[in-house]
Design a binder for this molecule. Structure first.
Ligand code: BES
Ligand code: MN
Ligand code: ZN
Length: 499
């Protein structure tokens, strides 16, 4: 689907579907008012008769309206003429769902004219694109019955004031890049682990580098990691027949020398738990344990599409966590690349073991900031559910920038403390630290572990175990989060830099 914006007279075309908002008490949005007037009160009649209630998220398709050649989709916006962001997202999703199965090919949405709490026009356009793209997303690669190709070809957002076109266009471009990045991330995440193996993920990174001149890639093999002394990373892959990969991507959007932002993604293509084997039910959804790495690829694609004038490094720590005769065992002690010795108390706490060496590897780029993205702990789902990503950082300014970017894109994160008191939970009687923090604060103690390897830079950790993918019975799907948050953070950063 192609997204565009336009201003001027858009209502009097043929072969389009106009999407307009109406309210519960019969109140009309500006576009609805115009159409009502020209059609001789056609819309008011429908509302008065009670044929359409205007409840938030209800949609009603009018195949013909007097004096108009277009179809009109009435979307209920609820009782309040100022919407909140959730309602705005709901009505955008509902509109797409309703027209998807109709014959519409070209939509003209007037929804950005509605008043939404805390959202200006660019932000409304961003939300509308995100939600529309997410609603249209399908993954039927492995279904023998493919869904029929989309009839919808184009969606145009009406901008009432011509002088807003420029900022609206910028927002639209950003939204499209983010939506495409989200789609890439979802596709990789949804691909099952018998296909999406470590080498498959490394190939996906290579493909990205082939598509964009601004991106280069390097893949480190196990023997390279051995040479670097990545004993923790390698301890995770020992039980697997799949070779682990450390993928290093670099995006250079400016010829100026500048310290990069590094994104480090957990890429466990399947997490059985290893010798500390997960129960069968807890293993469902563990193909999504590479969402951090997929997020790095989706974000890099968005950044490259937008040609942001910044320097970004992407590191993917990719391996499969399996039990087996040569797998690591509880109480094994391994040496990390940084020299810290780790006692593995639980082989299911594997994410931090691959990430710690990936973080140390990142030091060579002398990064201005490092952000790791990981489906790291079940505990973050207990703490924050599926709505907020857990954020832990050693730098308040970086943390705030990420929180802000999350709010801007409605891809929100929430902070947890990195206090010294928690560090005591990872003391080991035999090695320097253990890889599990025991009872309580599992998300924080996992972050404490990582923080030991993030001493040389400003660092933030995003625990996306609850937000990158949903697992609710039969409903299982990747969300593409936090690609919007990270891309927005990098957009904001690049704007600050160029000012
Ligand atoms: N990949 C899991 C975390 C996870 C859990 C992601 C649920 C998505 C949904 C991670 O590797 C893990 O197993 N963590 C353990 C850590 C524990 C052994 C300290 C956990 O959270 O139980
Ligand atoms: Mn695990
Ligand atoms: Zn895991």
């Amino acid at each position: 689907m192609k997204f565009t914006i336009q201003s001027g007279d858009l209502e009097n075309q043929a072969k389009v579907t106009l999407i307009i908002g109406v309210f519960e008490q019969g109140e009309l949005s500006p576009a609805a008012k115009r159409i009502d007037k020209k059609s001789g009160g056609f819309l008011s009649k429908i509302l008065k008769n009670g044929d359409f209630s205007g409840k938030c998220g209800e949609a009603f398709l009018l195949l013909s309206v007097p004096a108009y050649k277009a179809q009109v989709l009435l979307v209920g916006c609820g009782a309040n003429t100022t919407l909140n962001i959730r309602d705005f997202r709901k009505i955008n999703a509902a509109s797409i769902k309703t027209v998807q199965n109709a014959s519409a090919t070209h939509l003209i949405s007037f929804l950005p004219e509605l008043h939404v709490e805390k959202l200006d026009l660019p932000a409304k356009i961003k939300q509308a694109v995100q939600v529309s793209a997410a609603t249209l997303y399908q993954f039927d690669e492995y279904k023998s019955q493919k869904s029929p190709p989309l009839k919808l070809k184009q969606m145009t957002f009406a901008v009432s004031d011509k002088k807003d076109l420029k900022t609206a266009q910028t927002a639209l471009n950003q939204a499209i890049a983010i939506a495409d990045g989200v789609t890439l991330t979802k596709n990789l995440a949804n691909t099952p682990s018998n296909i999406c193996t470590p080498s498959y993920l490394a190939d996906a990174a290579k493909k990205l580098a082939q598509r964009y001149r601004s991106i280069t890639v390097k893949v480190l093999e196990e023997k390279d990691m051995q040479k670097l002394g990545m004993g923790a990373f390698l301890s995770v892959t020992k039980g697997s027949r799949q070779a682990a990969k450390l993928v290093a991507l670099e995006y250079k959007g400016s010829s100026k020398k500048q310290a990069p932002v590094a994104l480090v993604g957990k890429g466990i293509t399947f997490d059985t738990g290893g010798i500390s084997l997960k129960p069968s039910d807890a293993m469902i959804g563990m193909k999504y344990d590479m969402c951090g790495a997929a997020t790095v690829l989706g974000t890099l694609q968005a950044v490259a599409d937008l040609k942001l004038p910044i320097h970004v490094v992407g590191i993917l720590a990719v391996a499969e966590n399996m039990p087996g005769g040569s797998a690591s065992k509880p109480e094994d002690i391994v040496k990390t690349m940084s020299g810290i010795n780790v006692e593995i108390l639980n082989t299911d706490a594997e994410g931090r073991l691959v990430l710690c060496d990936a973080l140390t590897y990142t030091e060579r780029y002398k990064p201005a900031a490092v952000i790791d993205i990981a489906t790291l702990t079940g505990a973050v789902v207990v703490a924050l559910g599926h709505h907020a990503t857990g954020l832990v950082a050693n730098n308040d300014a970086l943390a705030q920038e990420l929180l802000d970017a999350g709010n801007e894109t409605y891809d929100r994160a929430w902070p947890l403390p990195l206090w010294d008191e928690y560090q005591e939970q990872i003391r080991s009687p035999f090695a320097d630290i253990v890889n599990t923090g025991g009872k309580g604060a599992g998300t924080i103690t996992a972050a404490c572990f990582l923080s030991r390897f993030a001493k040389k830079f400003a660092w933030a950790h995003l625990d996306v175990a609850g937000t990158a993918a949903m697992m609710m019975g039969l409903e299982r799907y990747a969300t593409g989060r936090p690609v919007p948050l990270l891309t927005q953070y990098l957009i904001n950063r690049s704007e600050k830099k160029t000012k």
